[in-house]
Design a binder for this molecule. Structure first.
Ligand code: PLP
Length: 396
């Protein structure tokens, strides 16, 4: 059996039509398949490869840690320098109240841990989440996912979850003394890049403070420069009680985290002891990789040119078939009239050597979330490919 046949035979599939492109290597913004076909990666593994694929500094850090030690003990028992150093680096870049890091293996696990922390700290059970939100696929995270189509087959899920309209002031009336936490994406990703108003975010935070409710912001896609600021919440001049990180956090390695104030986080160590534990969360190789990637992001000043690059994309993505271009930094949803139109365009892009896809709750929108190191020449080339794909697919 060849590799492709084995892929379909032995790998669990999550859809009936996976792309099944066999990658040989990935570097910067470029993917190469086993037939030497090159693809500009316009989605960066879905907001993961912010510093580009296989940055030499990240690879160097991984190799260095490989030579020292891999897994040695469950999280929290031994002092592992990559965890400690990365936690310091992250908290130095965050507001004072976000000073204690719990590393996990994934974004969904960060969601799970943060929800448990909120329940423990507040001694309340109600969790408020928003329609069209995505926070992961495990059962707790699925319970707060903002779409019944994906939840329904897996019921019963977590009780006492309330789903509300995002960016609606009326929704905020539901936050009461019973609410343990409100969990929201800082900017909704899978809804097709939906940014709330600054005023709404500020009122949300105020309401949470008034009611003793914790505000959890999911920065799993908005973190690490994606929106033009290091953290998405900086766009709103607020400081949440807990943030969730994942995706770019590991520099291409699997890593998640929830970050809160030490006073809150201490609650996981007592009554019961070991209130939240993980074997591999904060794996030393993943922390070393993430730390190197964050250093690259800052030293190469990748965030500084984001607004300029955003403008360039806007100036080039013009076609009568495009209904809207929503963006926030280097993060775009290109809206078409239907999923069918979008799918044809995406297929054509991939055929022409450009990797993109659609959004879970906005299937009529094409996703752009490239490595932040993408240069002007590659942006121009990418937009030409998109416009060509639109013309080929719509005959306009
Ligand atoms: N939160 C958001 C906003 C995400 O986009 C994702 C993944 O796509 C997650 C949480 C879950 O992260 P993971 O897939 O690492 O569990």
């Amino acid at each position: 059996m060849n590799q492709r046949e084995l892929f379909f035979k032995n790998i669990a599939q999550t859809s009936t039509s996976p792309l099944a492109i066999e990658i040989e290597k990935a570097k910067d913004c470029l993917l190469t398949d086993i037939n030497k076909k090159k693809y500009i990666d316009l989605i960066g593994g879905i907001s993961v490869a912010n510093t580009g694929h296989c940055h030499p500094e990240v690879i160097k850090a991984i190799k260095k840690q490989l030579a020292a030690y891999l897994h040695v003990m469950v999280y929290g028992e031994f002092i592992e320098s990559p965890q400690v150093q990365y936690a310091k680096q992250l908290t130095d870049l965050l507001p004072l109240s976000l000073n204690s890091v719990f590393f996990t293996n994934s974004g969904a696990e960060a969601t799970e841990g943060a929800m448990k922390l909120a329940k423990k700290v507040t001694n309340r059970t109600q969790i408020i989440a928003f329609n069209k939100s995505y926070h992961g696929s495990t059962q707790g995270a699925l319970s707060i996912m903002g779409d019944e189509y994906w939840r329904n087959a897996f019921r019963p899920l977590l009780p006492d979850v309330l789903h509300l309209e995002y960016n609606s002031f009326k929704s905020l009336e539901h936050i009461t003394e019973k609410t343990a936490c409100v969990i929201a994406e800082t900017i909704q990703a899978e809804a097709g890049i939906i940014a709330p108003s600054k005023e709404w975010m500020q009122v949300l935070q105020k309401k949470c403070n008034e009611k003793g409710t914790l505000l959890i912001l999911d920065e799993i896609q908005t973190g690490f420069g994606r929106t033009g600021k290091l953290w998405g919440f900086e766009n709103f001049d607020i400081v949440p009680d807990i943030i969730l990180l994942g995706k770019a956090l590991g520099g291409g390695m699997p890593l998640g985290a929830f970050i809160a104030d030490k006073k809150l986080m201490n609650q996981l160590a007592e009554n019961p002891v070991l209130g939240h534990i993980t074997t591999f969360g904060g794996h030393p190789v993943c922390c070393a990789a993430g730390m190197a990637a964050l250093k690259v992001l800052l030293e190469e000043k990748l965030i500084d040119s984001i607004y300029e690059k955003e403008k360039l994309f806007h100036s080039l993505l013009v076609h009568p078939k495009i209904k809207a271009v929503r963006s926030c930094g280097l993060w775009f949803a290109i809206e078409f009239d239907s999923f069918e139109t979008n799918k044809k365009i995406i297929d054509s892009c991939i055929k022409n050597g450009l990797m993109t896809d659609w959004f879970l709750f906005a299937p009529n929108c094409l996703r752009i979330s490239p490595p932040l190191c993408i240069n002007e020449k590659t942006i121009i080339k990418s937009c030409k490919k998109i416009i060509k794909a639109i013309k080929q697919s719509t005959k306009i």
